[in-house]
Ligand binder design. Structure first.
Ligand SMILES: Nc1ncnc2c1ncn2[C@@H]1O[C@H](COP(=O)(O)OP(=O)(O)OP(=O)(O)O)[C@@H](O)[C@H]1O
Ligand code: SF4
Ligand SMILES: [Mg+2]
Length: 384
């Protein structure tokens, strides 16, 4: 599948941009065969993403399960090789770094995971977990030298210094996520990619961890890419939000602007599914029901990827021409609002009205996706 990437309409000056992603694609091959593997298709997990993250900001990335959020986050950190496109970090193209240069850069790019239990080695004490990265990057030589820094790190994330001698299973989920954050912070990173950092936590604990992340950002001037499927989490923490659908970003705007005036039909549908506490508003607000499942990323629809589910779909362009993410000038939308929809202006003005959408069954895509998943699971089973 070929898609052309447009000249990105960056609005931040180059000096503000810490991470610059251009035309990024990550395609996973789907193979079949008994003796020789034959490539029978691809999962287009990330398929042509342009994205700039500015120094000191929080960029929130939302979208349904399987739309490619984690793959994009991992590709930005160079943990996933790009099929095409570039990722530039602080002006340096990290997709081409190797060996010692890459290892040095890794220090600046850290990740916080959804499941802290899965990402923290249960056999290591908190002290060992925190010292490991600092030693690897030459920040300290041994645990003794690390001591003052360890105490500071624990204080920063709101844990007592007695926690150093304990093991991950001795903590609650929220405390473990604090350890995960301390570990990311331990090497003085510039960017933290937090992939669903609070979705495994109780609702009461989620706000505490989000607030902690905000405080640390202010204290250390960190830049965040926060990935979440929960729109409320992203809204609370983000300066700007990008909405992802089937491997591409379909809308991007400052957080308040996106929630106040969602322009892409997919974003409108996502937001219309979030209940509003005010009963009067709840009864009168727009509700858009999305028909059909998310198509398989192994066989994404041609043209606009959302056209199989879009209530505003038009007979021309929608199913033949892939819309690019572009700045729009629409009443009520801010200056930095970008949308990937051919008809954003006409939809916003009401010139184009929504209509019913019939569900479509995509058996080819579903089969390819099932094959890809089976292949992945087999690949992940370690040899005994
Ligand atoms: N290593 C891999 N090999 C093959 N396919 C993969 C691999 N990793 C991810 N995929 C597929 O790529 C697509 C995007 O996956 P990804 O994990 O990035 O989505 P996501 O938006 O993070 O979803 P979730 O919200 O469930 O975490 C999915 O269809 C997934 O099955
Ligand atoms: S381009 Fe067409 S199908 Fe895609 S979101 Fe806009 S109206 Fe809907
Ligand atoms: Mg994910």
């Amino acid at each position: 599948m070929t898609t052309t990437s447009p000249e990105p309409t960056a609005t931040a000056s180059d000096a503000d941009v810490l991470v610059d992603v251009r035309g990024l694609k990550v395609h996973y091959p789907i193979t079949k065969g008994i003796i020789f593997d034959k490539v029978v298709g691809h999962v287009y997990a990330v398929d042509g993403v342009d994205l700039q993250i500015r120094r000191g900001e929080t960029y929130g990335l939302v979208g349904e399960s399987g739309c490619g959020k984690s793959t994009l986050g991992r590709a930005i950190l160079h943990l996933e090789p790009a099929t095409d496109g570039t990722v530039t970090f602080g002006g340096e193209p990290i997709s081409t770094l190797t060996g010692e240069d890459l290892r040095r850069r890794r220090k600046d790019l850290q990740m916080v995971f959804q499941d802290p239990m899965g990402s923290l080695d249960p056999r290591q004490s908190v002290e060992a977990l925190l010292v490991e990265g600092m030693k690897a990057h030459g920040i300290v030589r041994d645990a003794k030298e690390a001591e003052p820094r360890l105490r500071q790190l624990l204080a920063d994330v709101g844990l007592p210094s007695a926690a150093l001698k304990k093991y991950p299973h001795e903590f609650s989920g929220g405390q473990r996520q604090r350890i995960g954050i301390a570990r990311a912070l331990s090497v003085n990173p510039e960017l933290i990619v937090a992939d669903e950092p609070v979705s495994a936590l109780d609702v009461s604990v989620q706000a505490q961890v989000i607030n902690l992340m905000s405080d640390l950002q202010a204290e250390y001037g960190l830049t965040y890419l926060v990935i979440a499927h929960d729109l409320a989490v992203v809204r609370h923490i983000s300066d700007r939000v990008g909405v992802m659908y089937l491997g591409g970003i379909v809308e991007e705007a400052p957080a308040d602007g996106l929630y106040a005036a969602p322009l892409h039909p997919y974003t409108r549908a996502l937001l219309s599914a979030v209940p509003v506490p005010d009963p009067v508003v709840e009864d009168t607000r727009e509700q858009i029901l999305l028909t059909g499942d998310l198509p398989s990323p192994a066989a994404p629809p041609a043209g606009c990827r959302f056209h199989t589910r879009c209530p505003w779909r038009q007979e021309t362009r929608c199913d033949t021409e892939r819309p690019q993410l572009r700045l729009v000038e629409i009443d009520g939308a801010g200056a930095e609002h970008k949308v990937a929809c051919h008809w954003a202006e006409q939809i916003a003005s009401g010139e184009i009205q929504p209509h019913a959408v019939a569900a479509q069954v995509d058996e080819t895509g579903a089969q390819l996706a099932a094959d890809a998943e089976a292949e992945r699971i087999v690949d992940e089973i370690p040899f005994a």
